[in-house]
Write a new protein. Structure first.
Length: 211
């Protein structure tokens, strides 16, 4: 069964084309991950997909995005392929135990012994936010990855912006407490608390003695 949207992405560690171990959870809190499973290196459709990622996926250069591609090929096959095609992103070898990570994500074809075309966009908290699984002969559209990343960035921005515009009552209380401790004028005088949930309402506070 494939990993679903909203699930915690299964953690894993695999060697890249240089033999360097890459652990999914190492990007937690820092980067959104685009995890791309494909059947076999050097095959026509896979070559087309990864060359498209090389040419038409500038998001891979962003500081907050990591592209990880995975197949059951060995790291030696990946190294030769990366050198031939000038792939600068990670090609991870799910070679042994054979297809173990693809099985974790529910994209392993047991009959053929390789991964299908599954892509998972994973946020900075390690949660799967978007996915697509295509049949082996059907290439994926990179524009879908880009749209998913844009929506993820917008969602993160909106959450941060909403928190700034509407702080929780506890945060307002803490601000008032700190301002009182520092003897800052003007804070606290116009704050009133009300509502069953303890929400804060802010009313203007004016010093009538000043012009």
């Amino acid at each position: 069964m494939a990993v679903e949207i909203g699930d915690q992405a299964p953690d894993f560690e695999l060697p890249d084309q240089h033999g360097t171990p890459v652990k999914l959870s190492s990007f937690r809190g820092a980067k959104n991950v685009v995890l791309v499973f494909y059947p076999l290196a050097f095959s026509p459709v896979c070559s087309g997909e990864l060359c498209a990622l090389r040419e038409d996926f500038p998001e891979v250069t962003r500081d907050d995005v990591e592209l990880l591609t995975v197949s059951v090929d060995s790291l030696f096959a990946h190294r030769a392929w990366a050198e031939q095609e000038n792939f600068q992103f990670s090609l991870l070898a799910d070679f042994w135990p054979h297809g173990a990570v693809a099985k974790q994500y529910g994209v392993f074809d047991d009959a053929r012994g390789l991964a299908t075309r599954g892509t998972f966009v994973i946020d900075k908290q390690g949660v799967v936010r978007w996915s697509v699984i295509n049949p082996i002969p059907q290439a994926r559209d990179i524009a879908d990855y880009q749209k998913a990343l844009s929506e993820l960035a917008l969602s993160a921005w909106w959450a941060a912006d909403r928190r700034l515009l509407a702080p929780r009552p506890s945060e307002v209380r803490e601000l008032i407490s700190r301002s009182a401790a520092l003897r800052l004028p003007g804070l606290g005088a116009g704050i009133r608390w009300g509502g069953a949930a303890g929400s804060a309402a802010v009313t203007p506070s004016c010093d009538s003695g000043r012009g």
